[in-house]
Design a protein around this ligand. Structure first.
Ligand SMILES: [Zn+2]
Length: 218
């Protein structure tokens, strides 16, 4: 049972107050995460509490008191209102994709990737394969367009292998990751496993403890 509480918060964009539901207590993950670091156990279902939406101006952020580098006009744009074209009835996914657009405007590209990844998880849960793939493609696109923001970060480099595989870009996984060595053995083993799955044209979710040589304790 997820414990939540209501909190009043002032929006940094429009200055209006709203009541938001947040996690009262978060529990530790139980078991191995997925290859894209989606946690196991109760935290798997925290997604809709990760982003707040201002009911007055539409601003979406992990907390509405966080600053927005762009203008309120952007929040009224067609792009923002339509979640960048990722339209669905899934309210949590809509908030997460809008928050990803906010992160892009804030030049916070890593959190933008995480935003699209979280939206993809929402679509995974409702078996909306098309939009789950689209979110993962947007995440990869951000990494491709802003390489400097991800340079030298092996966690994101490895995450990209899973984003590509799960969006069906098998050839690219093999091309970019076959024979790639990472600083840690576990990461190298995961990359090897991603290439193996891509070669089998497997776009399904897999857990980290399925990787040969990696146990849940890692
Ligand atoms: Zn607002």
């Amino acid at each position: 049972m997820i414990e939540t509480k209501n909190t009043e918060i002032v929006c940094s964009v429009c200055g209006n107050k709203s009541i938001q539901t947040v996690l009262a207590k978060s529990k530790p993950a139980t078991g191995a995460p997925d290859l894209d670091i989606r946690p196991a156990g109760e935290p798997r279902h925290y997604l809709k509490y990760m982003v707040m939406e201002c009911p007055h101006c539409g601003y979406c952020a992990p907390s509405l008191d966080r600053p927005f580098d762009d203008t309120r006009e952007y929040l009224e744009s067609e792009e923002y209102k339509t979640c960048g074209g990722i339209i669905s009835a899934n309210e949590a996914a809509a908030k997460l994709t809008k928050n990803a657009l906010v992160f892009i405007k804030n030049h916070n590209y890593k959190d933008a990737v995480r935003g699209y990844l979280s939206a993809a998880w929402e679509f995974d849960d409702e078996n909306n394969d098309r939009l789950a793939k689209e979110c993962r493609k947007r995440a990869v696109q951000i990494m491709d367009e802003h390489p400097a923001a991800f340079k030298g970060d092996n966690n994101y480099k490895l995450l990209k292998a899973d984003l590509l595989r799960r969006s069906g870009e098998f050839d690219r996984v093999i091309r970019e990751y076959e024979g790639t060595a990472f600083p840690s053995q576990i990461m190298t083993a995961i990359a090897f496993f991603e290439v193996h799955l891509a070669a089998s044209m497997d776009s399904a979710a897999h857990r980290a403890d399925e990787v040969p040589g990696v146990s849940a304790a890692n």
